[in-house]
Design a protein around this ligand. Structure first.
Ligand code: SAH
Length: 254
């Protein structure tokens, strides 16, 4: 498939290409793609899995229910998208309930990009190392948890596309959402234990449940303090949480 560099290119990686494909072929978005106002390519993440079963998930290090998306297919898939587009700058986004909240200024920022790659999470989320290695930004569409990143990816595409010249005759004002409380999620890891020099945090392999729980709680609080300090103010905190916050604050001051 040739790339038209005069239009914005959005690549979407998913294990359910059908969900995305059907949505982007309808309505204003479908029309805009047909009229080459933007280009949207959908990739099946399983194509980037190496094994016979095209495995994209595995159980989490540190234990717990559910599965985590493996780092290798994601890494290969995103690299493939970046390599086939010669645009100088790639913006890699991962859908995540614990990422930067999508809002109108964010969508405006994205509408000025030339190439955006969106990775759709599933299960409990993705191996944290994929995010780090790819320099990805986690994007949330709001404070609620969906079963997959396909609808959020479509929300990102649509909020961005409608700001492109020629998409709509009249640009409407954005509406703001309201949010509930709670802390953001902690980073997940699955096999392999080491990937491109990146190790899974030692504590998760220790089998020490209380240390794992506290580690995860700390990461959760750290992330919430960083991205959504307003949620920390509203959250119901235990004595342990308060001592974790004190530790984090002390660490940041030194
Ligand atoms: N364990 C995760 C939730 C996993 S839901 C957590 O606590 O944050 C499975 C996938 O759905 C996520 O990896 C993400 O890609 C997508 N998803 C769920 N809710 C989302 C939201 N509000 N915004 C963006 N993506 C979301």
């Amino acid at each position: 498939m040739g790339l038209n560099l005069s239009v914005m290119v959005i690549d979407i990686l998913t294990i359910f290409p059908g969900i995305v494909q059907s949505a982007i072929s309808e309505s204003l978005l479908g029309k805009a793609i047909q009229e080459r106002i933007l280009e949207v390519n959908v990739f099946d993440l399983r194509e980037f899995a190496d094994d016979r079963h095209r495995t994209v998930d595995d159980s989490p290090f540190g234990g717990g229910a559910g599965m985590v998306m493996k780092v290798e297919p994601i890494y290969k898939g995103v690299r493939h998208c970046c390599d086939r587009n010669s645009a100088i700058k790639h913006r890699v986004l991962f859908t995540s309930a614990s990422g930067r909240r999508l809002d109108q200024p964010f969508a405006e920022e994205l509408s000025r990009e030339t190439h955006i790659v969106i990775m759709c999470g599933r299960y409990k989320g993705v191996d944290e190392r994929a995010i780090e290695l790819l320099g990805a930004e986690e994007v949330s569409i709001g404070d609620y948890v969906l079963t997959g990143g396909e609808l959020p990816a479509l929300v990102i595409v649509e909020s961005t596309a409608r700001l492109l010249p020629g998409y709509m005759s009249k640009i409407e004002a954005a509406e703001t959402d309201s949010y509930t409380t709670g802390l953001l999620g902690y980073p997940e890891y699955t096999r392999p234990q080491e990937f491109m020099g990146k190790q899974v945090p030692e504590v998760l392999i220790s089998g020490h449940h209380d240390n794992i729980r506290r580690y995860r709680r700390t990461k959760s609080i750290e992330k919430t303090l960083r991205f959504r300090p307003d949620l920390v103010t509203k959250a119901k905190l235990s004595d342990e949480d308060r001592s974790i916050i004190n530790e984090i604050t002390k660490r940041e001051l030194t």
